[in-house]
Design a protein around this ligand. Structure first.
Ligand code: GDP
Length: 575
């Protein structure tokens, strides 16, 4: 008896797995997955069912198909190769796997050897392409996400069958989950005598990743990266998942390209590897990459040859930048080099400012985001598994309103760089909490840089208190600013107990009670309450546009002529 996978049948029928599965579901055969295997009998049934249902007069079908594909081209672009990252515990075989794929399936093989240390390359399976980002590890993966870049479409989780799931495997799983992208588990080292695939599958079940073969949702492929065994099966699965994801791009659309590696080369100056998700990057393009810019001197493919351009799913080395850009930054194309330079410089000034962009979100934004999800996100580290479990139990037992605690990641050991990156990559600022453990030196530095707060507690009840406080805070009313008007300071008057600003209402109105933001040359110097509002000698509650008035600001006497006062009130945001 031969067993076939559903996606293989779809291929035979010349349709996508998605289409076949949907059709079968319509016909009452629901719950099939592309990676499911079926026996001969089921195979015949599927083929017959599908053919029966889908054989209208040929001409009509062709016409429809043509129309359909024309619409698809315009609306959603064309399919593009998936971009894949490899994650997993150290020594489980990430590098060996990437090497194996590179040696046996390199797309650009014919043209000669691959350049050493290349950060990405394209593999080819029967004419279909897959782009691998060759910077294995979850730090690189999440580091990019922390900068807002979504470089990866699919993650490969490598688990060695002799070791099973280890600490960094758990981290990798949490990082992939946080990225909300599909994962394929490569159970590696099956050539080893002590390899235990069943035990590894069991481990996966323990972590909520029940393999498809065991009735779950997780795609697993047992491979040997060293012996180059079953590598094609893995590639096949990647293409399958890519097909289900329906990854599309428009080669003529707006450029979306992300830097995945960068360095300074002695001979070539700043060199950056970019992977293109949409649009096309071309030589001679004037580009901005974060706070640097340049005119693309050359684009080189993975074998070091001039590529001229790079379309969706391709990766290239970019030469011609003025400085080495940060990994995770996006490339934007401008009309002229001057325009590119201006953009980069503007960003450099902004970067020099102390706060990072995430911190520019107001507190209201953050809470609103958390509330919308009704979840408090938490990364919890502890001294031992026992301590971790105890803390987790206590936290889970907390009930404050309807807000849940979402454990993004838990683990044993000090708060690490990976934890900080994970926190920084997730909207809604997760709490990073150590129970009896602190952040290590590197993590502390990174936390400062990324603006992530970490908390360490020695006693379990202190953690519980802190989390309870955070939950309560999420339930407290949230206010949002409503702009009322703007006034210009034209004169200053000394009065007993302070300074009154003689103002002209340039826009809207000024109200009391109300709040003001004091702007001096566009920089905010103070924000607070309006203590009194006068029109001539009268105390008033409101002054309309184009009138003059006197404003005293509570606890602020440093107001100056030329300052602008933005008047606003706070209104409660509905839950
Ligand atoms: P990484 O840290 O995850 O990148 O792991 P490496 O790729 O460096 O592999 C760690 C060790 O495991 C190396 O000695 C590899 O040769 C070995 N290794 C990797 N894959 C396999 C495999 O499929 N079978 C066996 N027997 N050894 C493997």
């Amino acid at each position: 008896m031969t067993r076939k996978r559903v996606y293989q049948i779809a291929k035979e029928l010349g349709v996508s797995s998605k289409e076949l599965i949907e059709k079968l579901a319509e016909m009452g055969m629901a719950g099939l997955k592309a990676a499911n295997t079926v026996d001969d009998e089921e195979y015949t049934l599927i083929v017959n069912l599908y053919r029966e249902e889908t054989t209208p007069p040929v001409k009509e079908e062709e016409e429809k198909e043509e129309q359909h594909s024309a619409i698809k081209m315009v609306k959603e672009g064309v399919p593009r190769p998936p971009i894949v990252s490899v994650l997993g515990h150290i020594d489980h075989g990430k590098t060996t796997l990437l090497d194996a794929i590179r040696h046996s399936h390199l797309a650009a093989k014919e043209t000669g050897g691959i350049t050493q240390g290349v950060a990405a390359y394209q593999a080819d399976l029967h004419g279909e392409k897959i782009t691998f980002i060759d910077t294995p590890g979850h730090k690189a993966f999440t580091g990019m996400r922390a900068r807002g870049a979504k470089a990866t479409d699919i993650a490969i989780l490598v688990v060695a069958a002799d070791d099973g799931i280890m600490a960094q495997t758990v981290e990798a799983i949490d990082h992939i989950r946080a990225a909300e992208i599909p994962m394929i588990v490569a159970i590696n080292k099956i050539d080893k005598a002590n390899a235990d695939v069943d035990k590894t599958m069991n481990d996966l079940v323990q972590h909520g990743l029940t393999p498809e073969d065991w009735g779950g949702e997780t795609i697993t492929v047992a491979i040997s990266a060293l012996a180059k065994e079953k590598i094609e099966d893995l590639l096949e699965m990647i293409l399958l998942v890519a097909e289900m994801e329906d990854l599309r791009a428009d080669p003529h659309g707006e450029l979306e390209a992300i830097i995945i590696e960068s360095h300074l080369s002695k001979g070539r100056g700043p060199v950056a590897t970019a992977v293109v998700r949409n649009g096309t990057l071309r030589e001679k393009d004037c580009i901005v990459v974060g706070s640097t810019y340049g005119r693309v001197k050359a684009l080189l493919n993975e074998t070091g040859e001039r590529a001229g351009k790079a379309g969706p799913g391709q990766s290239v080395e970019v030469l011609g930048l003025q400085a080495v850009p940060q990994v995770g930054t996006q490339i934007t194309v401008k009309k002229t080099q001057n325009e590119a330079k201006a953009c980069a410089e503007k960003l450099r000034v902004e970067e020099a400012a102390p706060q990072r962009s995430r911190a520019k979100m107001t507190v209201e934004d953050l809470f609103r985001q958390a509330r919308a999800e009704e979840k408090l996100k938490l990364i919890l580290k502890a001294t031992s598994t026992g301590a971790l479990e105890a803390a987790r139990r206590e936290i889970e037992a907390l009930t404050v309103g309807e807000i849940e605690v979402d454990f993004i990641h838990t683990g044993v050991g000090a708060i690490s760089e990976g934890d900080i990156l994970l926190a920084a990559s997730i909207p809604g600022d997760p709490l990073v909490v150590g129970f009896g453990v602190k952040a290590n030196a590197k993590a502390t530095k990174l936390a400062e840089h990324e603006g992530v707060a970490t908390h360490t507690y020695a006693i379990i009840y202190d953690i519980v208190d802190e989390i309870e406080r955070a939950l309560k805070q999420m339930l407290a009313p949230v206010y949002q600013e409503v702009r009322i008007g703007e006034a210009e300071v034209r004169d200053l008057f000394k009065v007993p107990g302070g300074i009154v600003a003689g103002c002209y209402v340039a826009e809207g109105r000024v109200v009391r009670p109300g709040k003001v933001r004091v702007l001096r040359r566009d920089e905010e110097v103070f924000s607070g309450d309006i203590a009194s509002l006068h029109r001539f000698t009268d105390d008033v509650r409101e002054v309309q546009v184009e009138r003059e008035c006197g404003i005293r600001i509570r606890d602020f006497d440093d107001v100056q002529v030329g300052d602008r006062l933005v008047v606003f009130t706070l209104e409660e945001v509905a839950r």
